[in-house]
Structure formats: C-alpha cells, structure tokens
Write a protein that binds this ligand. Structure first.
Ligand SMILES: Nc1ncnc2c1ncn2[C@@H]1O[C@H](COP(=O)(O)OP(=O)(O)OP(=O)(O)O)[C@@H](O)[C@H]1O
Length: 644
C-alpha cells in the first residue's frame, strides 16, 4: 500500500504540470490572437523583420565558404562571380528591409499599446459597477499595469518580443539546417584516437545541448519566480501610491494637505515605494546576471568542443576547408542564440502570469447585460416601480444594508426618503439603478423584474443626481447633455430650470465654456452649489420619466434652494420622483415620505400623517430640526436664524 503513495503523487504532479503547460500554451495563443486583432500589421512586421534579422549573419558564412572552396580549387568562373554578387545583394536587401521595418515596428508597438489601453478603459466603463467598487478588481488592474511598467509583462511583452522570438527561432532552425551535412559527413582518414564520425559524438553534441537547454530554462524559471515575488510585494504599495497621486495633483486637496500638514504621510509612503522599487530592480538584476553568467560559461564550453570537432573533421577530410567557415559560423550562431532563444521562450512561458491577469480582467462577466426584454415606450409615462421584499448585502460583506424593503411608486408620485446617515437610502437608489442587484427579493417595473429588461433601455427611464455626482473637464453644454451633440435650446432650458442661467449669462464662451482647467486654460472654476445646479440640469435635460435626486440641495444657498423648491414641480413635472434629503422641511411637498432606519422602512405616509405619530422616528427627526423653522405669513415654512 505504502509503495503506491509516491506513484500517485507523481501522477498528480505530472498531470498538474501538463495542465499548467496547456494553460501556458492556451494563454499565449489567446495573447497572440488578441495582438492580431489589435494590430495585425505588427504581427506580420515582427515575423518578417525577425526572419530577415535571423538570415542576415548566415549570408557571409554561407557564401564565403563557397567562394573560399572555389578559390582553393582555382575556379575563377561565373559561379564565383554569382556567389559574390549574391552575397552583396542579399546582405544589402536584408539589411535595408529589416532596418526599415524596425522603425515601422516601433511605431506599431506604440499604437498597439494605446489600443490595448483603450480596451482596458472600455472594459472599465462597461463592466458591472460592483466590480468597479471591488478592491480585488482594482488590484487586478493594478497588477496588470505594474507588471507592464516594471517587467514589461503581459501584452507589452508579446508586442515587443515576438520579433526577437521569431529571430531566435529562425536562427536555431537555419543553424541546424546548415550543420546537417556536417553530421552526415564521413572522414577519409583518422588523425585522432576517437572516431569523429561516430554517432556517439553526434549524440554527445545533442546531449550537451539538451543539458544546456534544461539548465538555462530552469534558471530562467527560478529567476522569474523571484521576479514575481517582488512584483506581488509591490502591488499593495502601488495601489496606494496610484490612489494618492491623483489626490496630490488635484489642487482642491492641496488645501487640506497644507492645513493639516499631511506632507509627512506622503513622504513616508514615497520613500517606501522608492525603496521597494530599488530592492525590486536590484533583485531582478541579481538573478538575471546569475542566469547570464552560467549560460555564457556553458555556451563557450560547448562551442570550444564543437570547434575541435569541426577542425578535426576537416583534417580527416570529411569536410572541405571552405565549409569549416559555414559549420563554425552556424555552430557559433546556434550556441550564441540558444540562450536568447531559451530566454525568449521562458519569457513567453512566464508571461502567462501577466496574460492570465489580463484575460481574467477582460473576460470578467457581469449579469447586467443579460436582460433582453425591451422597455415599453409610453408617452403617458405609465411606469410603476415596486421593491418587493428587497434585502441587500454588499458583495464580500455579511451585514444586510437593506432588509425586507417593500415599496411601490405609482406613476407621477413624488416619494421622499429620509433617515439617519448610513440607513441605506443611497444603497436603495443604487439598486433601483441596477448598479447592484438585490441579494434577496426583486424590483419590478410594470410588474416585471428589472433584471429581465435590456439594461440600456432600462437606464433610459432614469435621471439621477447622485450625492457624489461628477462633472467633467468638458464644455458646459457637453456636461449637461452628456454628449458631443447637444440640443442647445434644451440645454439652456435645463440650466434655467436648475437656476444656473444668471451665471451662464456671464460666461464668455456661453455653453462652450470649459469647466475646470484640465483641457482649457480659460476653463472656469465653479462653486459647489453651481456644480450641483449643473448636475441637476443634466438630470432635467435627459427628460427621463423617473427622476431620482439624492441630496440635490445640500450645497445650495437658501435662495437657490428656495428657487429649486419653487421650480420643483416644473422641473419634475408629472414624472415619478424620488427625493432624498436630510432637510425634512424640503420633503413636505412630496406625496409620500418613507423613513429608513437600519436598512428598513419603518414609517411611511405624508408629512401631515407622520408628524402626528408622536413616538415615530419622523417626529423625532422633525422635532430636532423644527426649532430652526417657522411659518411665514403665507404659511410657508422658512429657516430662521438661531439666537443664543
Ligand atoms: N460599496 C460599499 N461596500 C460596503 N459597504 C457599503 C458600500 N457603500 C455603502 N456601504 C455601507 O452601507 C451602509 C448604507 O450606506 P448608504 O450610503 O446607503 O447610507 P445613506 O442612508 O445613504 O447614508 P447618508 O445619509 O450618510 O448618505 C453604510 O453603513 C455604508 O457603510
């Protein structure tokens, strides 16, 4: 029984190795296919340039050996002239074309890198939002970038090394083809005790090559393992520094960095990062040098023995004096290029780690795009939204952020959501937008689970202003229309409704004014409240039948806020509206108010009804704020100054 154990282990190990090799092959195949899709010309140029560069050093050996043999025979004839002309012309042709292709290849690599970067960016834009928020996904992306930047691993390596791989492979093939006659040649005499034609000598030659190949591959693998350890060690640091750099460059954060004297935190982090990369580069150089030294010593040893073999064969009369040049040339090229070939081969094998990361990322599948049902286009905007027994936990967490939420929004209804910080209000909005799907329960649009609808069509129903909305360094009109082709009148109308028209009048470039200064030095800086008005205008411009506003007045001054409430009915019209606010006085004009508490809806009703429930949460919240409000003559509730 005991004897069987090592046998079993071996089988598993062997299977594991075979599987790993298959994986390496399939990843490289996928990598080359992607390279061909991204930039097919680069593949062809690499193959042609590599083949020509391989051919180039053989031309003089091949022709010189023939020319020398003819000269030794005293044959000054047409064939001799033909060899000389061919040697010169072919060298000229190969060098010219290869160096021309070298420039083309360089620019093609830049283009391919740009296209690959676009591919990653497109993936980020289109992937499920939950992946964008997932730190593991961010780490994968950072890994891809770090691999490329530090060690040129991933597609970058394929783009760069394909030419060299082809060159080295072709060199080995041509060299082997050129030494075949040497292996088959027979001596007419024997000047040494050893028979130089014996198949043992040939076997010994190939055996030493095999040992050499195995050793170099093994050392390369070891070197790569070390290299990977260094990379993995740096991923966390790279993520941190990657997240911090944009903050440092952003002049807005410059204020806090100075006020709170945060420079020392960043300096420490930069020192750590520099130390790590110094250690990484030193470690990588150290192992690479070890490989280079061992393979050089071995290659010169084999080469010296090969020279002895060829010379003795020539002295034995097995080969002509001229072909000594061909054989020694071919052998020295074979042995000189073998380590490079093996290094390229190992680098392709090791590159599979980079490719694995890349394809894991590119092939990440979400479920957002599975729905195919078209959303019914209704001019009357008869869309009813219903959350039925909705519970939700963020991926990778154990705690329910929402629990058994049940609510129906009828057509044209204005729903306000209120509740303490962290009670799940924004999360509920994220579910309505399908940025996440409920862990349990379902959200229905006109009675059908929203997951069944075509996602893009479903999104067309929603206009959302998030609490942490973003504006971009594009033109004002582009920001509002979220497009390069804006409808000017609609943009103006939306800006007027959101309260931005007075500021617009002062803008020199009108709707073409750039926000911020990243793209245009004449770009304008906008205040928090102005930004909120533009974000609001973007939601109005979309004219979607369902409007969701998460704290839309948080940054507005009292007058702008008042203006916004006055325009609220006009802005939202007969659209179904969800409105989140901490300012309860602003929720009174909504038909229904839902009170969220620890992920549950604990109260629901109109403002009038809820303030009657004296032991309810809404009453408690209202009381806490009521001291800041009073009714004016018209009965409207207004904010008042607090007197000490
Ligand atoms: N991406 C996330 N991953 C894990 N937990 C999250 C994530 N986003 C939010 N949470 C947690 O979910 C809970 C609810 O957050 P949510 O933003 O929905 O609250 P909220 O009611 O909108 O709060 P506020 O009034 O402060 O805006 C919080 O405890 C928050 O920490």
């Amino acid at each position: 029984m005991q004897k069987c154990i090592p046998f079993k282990v071996n089988i598993t190990k062997k299977n594991g190795r075979v599987k790993k090799m298959n994986n390496v092959l399939s990843l490289n195949k996928k990598g080359f296919a992607l390279m061909y899709t991204i930039e097919p010309t680069l593949v062809w140029v690499s193959v042609i340039q590599g083949s020509l560069e391989a051919l180039y050093p053989f031309i003089p050996f091949y022709f010189t050996s023939r020319i020398l043999d003819l000269l030794l025979k005293g044959a000054i004839n047409n064939q001799l002239i033909w060899y000389i002309v061919s040697a010169l012309l072919s060298s000229f042709f190969v060098t010219t074309v290869a160096s021309g292709l070298a420039h083309t290849r360089e620019s093609l690599i830049y283009r391919a890198m740009d296209k690959k970067e676009m591919l990653l960016n497109k993936k980020i834009i289109h992937m499920d939002y939950q992946f964008v928020e997932d730190t593991k996904v961010q780490e994968k992306l950072s890994n891809i970038r770090m691999n490329e930047m530090t060690g040129g691993i991933g597609m970058f390596r394929l783009f760069n090394t394909t030419k060299n791989f082809v060159k080295n492979l072709m060199t080995v093939i041509i060299a082997l083809l050129l030494i075949i006659p040497l292996l088959r040649s027979q001596s007419s005499s024997q000047i040494t005790a050893i028979n130089m034609d014996s198949s043992w000598i040939v076997a010994l030659f190939f055996l030493s090559l095999l040992v050499y190949i195995t050793l170099v591959l093994f050392l390369n693998k070891k070197a790569f393992k070390k290299y990977d350890e260094y990379i993995q060690g740096g991923v966390y640091l790279n993520n941190l520094v990657g997240a911090i750099f944009p903050i440092l460059r952003n002049y807005n954060s410059g204020k806090e960095i100075r006020i709170y004297n945060q420079q020392s935190i960043y300096s420490k982090l930069f020192d750590e990062s520099l130390n790590h990369s110094k250690k990484t580069l030193f470690g990588i150089n150290y192992v690479s040098n070890q490989v280079a030294i061992v393979s050089t010593i071995l290659s010169y040893l084999i080469l010296s023995l090969s020279y002895v073999w060829v010379i003795v064969k020539a002295l034995n009369g097995a080969i002509s004096p001229g072909t000594v040049i061909q054989y020694t040339g071919a052998l020295s090229l074979l042995i000189r290029e073998l380590p490079s070939f093996l290094e390229e081969l190992s680098s392709l094998i090791n590159n599979s780690i980079g490719l694995q990361n890349l394809f894991d990322f590119l092939e990440m599948k979400g479920n957002r795009h599975e729905g195919t049902l078209p959303v019914e286009k209704r001019l009357d905007n008869e869309y009813t939204l219903e959350a039925r027994n909705v519970s939700f936990k963020y991926p990778g967490t154990d705690e329910y952020v929402l629990k058994d939420v049940n609510i129906t929004l009828t057509v044209g209804e204005k729903l306000a959501i209120v509740g303490m910080n962290g009670s799940g209000k924004t999360t509920f909005i994220k579910l309505l937008c399908r940025l996440y799907d409920p862990t349990e329960g379902e959200i229905l649009l006109n009675g059908i689970d929203i997951r069944k609808y075509d996602y893009q069509e479903y999104l067309r129903l929603l206009s959302v202003v998030f609490q942490d909305f973003q504006l971009y360094a594009f033109q004002l009109g582009e920001n509002v229309s979220a497009s390069k082709n804006m409808e000017e009148e609609r943009v103006r109308d939306a800006l007027q409704k959101s309260g931005f028209s007075k500021r617009l009048e002062k803008l020199k470039d009108d709707l073409n004014t750039y926000l911020y200064k990243e793209y245009d030095e004449n770009g304008i800086e906008i205040s928090g409240g102005e930004a909120q008005k533009i974000a609001m205008a973007r939601a109005i411009y979309k004219q979607a039948p369902i409007v969701i506003l998460d704290e839309p007045t948080a940054a507005l001054d009292p007058l702008s806020e008042f203006e916004m409430y006055t325009n609220f009915a006009e802005v939202t019209g007969n659209r179904t509206t969800i409105y989140i606010s901490h300012r309860l006085s602003s929720c009174r004009f909504c038909d229904t108010i839902a009170v969220f508490d620890k992920g549950k809806i604990i109260q629901r009703g109109s403002h009038k009804e809820l303030v009657q429930e004296k032991d309810g949460k809404y009453y408690e919240l209202w009381q806490a704020q009521a001291q800041y409000y009073m009714k004016d003559e018209s009965g409207l509730v207004q904010e008042v100054a607090i007197s000490q």
